[in-house]
Write a protein that binds this ligand. Structure first.
Ligand code: CTP
Length: 403
């Protein structure tokens, strides 16, 4: 999964021959899961049709301040467009547009949007080699970079004029890779390693039966996805679930039993900055696992159980600098029990779920949790989708880590 997934991309297309490549850019962004809106300058329409770009982006292409064709002439609000975008990318960016951007000229919708945008701005110059070399163009680049805009440098090669040299717009896939890397670099959890456990464990009774629980894994997977979206390198150790998670930053390790989960977690613990134990680990397992299917013989059958390793308690015992987060699922004396687990397992934070809260706990898409820190501060949260609970949790952890 790309970091561009769910991002709102505003693409500005100006009048250079490379404008035809804007079609590939729109397609690439959409393929990566982004939502794209396109603003074209009037002259850019000579190089690629708005119909092509609106069809690919599934959004109307804008180029004027008012929509004159419409009966109730609507205003294309550049302020609203600038606020909507997670980032603005101007590709191709001609020498003319770059000079206007550098000088604050605002004589078309794209330039007005550029001036109002608060989001990161990328620009990919495209022009003939002598224009590219000209000191006034170099001046525009310098000015724009000093405003915090990010240049995606032009490359060398054959130009539309037939000349060879620097000035070719970077290829669409390289522009997308560049922006992905830049977004990643700016993410708050970039460089942090987060180890997460999720789902149930199954403890074998015989080759066909097991002791398990109702955990769906949804909460742990949502936390893993959110951590990766914030730039962390994630190891997700998951018990058996039907869930899938594909993300460049997530290393998903499937396990079945508590013993396997313990083994996997130990491998990654020493290098982790944060550990979030969202798994519902079985506390007991059959002391002897039958090698053959147990046949029905008598009316009653007793299975001797022995305790599993308490993974989180082990991590707490050997904690160095890791920030340790546990989950507590309680049905009575919730706060007292949860606080007891913080002490017993040497945690920094516990996320308390009460099965008494409607919409909380196993199998649901929502959860109602309370964050409790090791100094006893209690932060009750609203009932929310698990994805939003994951966002709240990661926000809480970022504050605690001061990142
Ligand atoms: N946990 C763990 N290994 C276990 C049991 C639990 O890592 N063998 C972790 C869970 O992932 C969770 C936390 O410990 O983060 C609390 O789990 P919970 O089952 O609520 O608590 P227990 O310690 O098992 O206590 P009890 O069953 O008595 O509530």
């Amino acid at each position: 999964m790309s970091v561009l997934r769910g991002k709102k991309v505003l693409l500005g297309v100006t009048a250079g021959i490379a404008a035809y490549k804007a079609a590939f850019l729109v397609r690439g962004f959409v393929k990566a899961g982004a939502e794209v809106r396109v603003i074209m300058t009037q002259d850019a329409k000579e190089f690629v049709t708005p119909l092509t770009l609106s069809t690919l982006s599934k959004n109307e292409v804008l180029s004027t301040f008012t929509n004159k064709e419409s009966e109730n002439a609507l205003w294309n609000n550049h302020v609203e467009l600038g606020l909507w975008a997670d980032f603005l990318v101007i590709a191709p960016a001609t020498a003319n547009t770059l000079s206007k951007m550098a000088n604050g000229t605002s004589d078309n919708l794209l330039l007005a949007t550029y001036l109002s945008a608060k989001c990161p701005v990328y620009f990919a110059p495209a022009m003939d080699l002598d224009m590219h070399k000209h000191p006034s163009t170099a001046n525009s680049f310098e000015q724009l970079i000093s405003y915090g805009n990010v240049m995606i440098p032009a490359t060398s090669g054959e130009l539309a004029s037939g000349l060879e040299g620097e000035g070719r717009m970077a290829e669409p896939e390289d522009i997308i890779t560049f922006i992905e890397a830049d977004i990643l670099k700016r993410l708050p959890l970039k460089g942090k390693k987060i180890l997460i456990t999720a789902g149930p464990t199954y403890e074998a009774i015989d080759p066909v039966r097991f002791i398990g629980n109702h955990s769906s894994g949804k909460m742990g997977y949502a936390i893993a996805a959110e951590s990766a979206n914030l730039g962390a390198e994630v190891v997700l150790v998951s018990g058996p679930t039907h869930l899938k998670l594909k993300h460049n930053l997530v290393n998903l390790i499937h396990v079945t039993s508590a013993a396997e989960m313990f083994e996997a977690v130990q491998q990654y613990y020493s290098s982790a900055d944060v550990v979030i134990a969202a798994a519902a680990v079985a506390d007991y397992r059959p002391a002897d696992v039958a090698t053959q299917k147990i046949k029905k013989k008598v009316d009653a059958l007793a299975i001797q159980l022995e305790p599993t390793q308490d993974i989180l308690a082990h991590l707490g015992k050997y904690k160095k600098n890791q920030y340790l987060v546990g989950f507590a699922l309680e049905t009575e004396n919730e706060l007292k029990n949860a606080k007891g687990k913080i002490d017993r397992k040497n945690l920094d934070l516990i996320v308390l779920n009460s099965l008494n809260d409607k919409g909380a706990g196993f199998k649901t898409d929502t959860n109602k949790v309370t964050f409790i820190t090791k100094d006893g501060a209690v932060f009750p949260q609203e009932l929310k989708e698990k994805e939003l609970v994951a966002q709240d949790l990661l926000e809480f952890i970022q504050k605690a880590l001061d990142v």
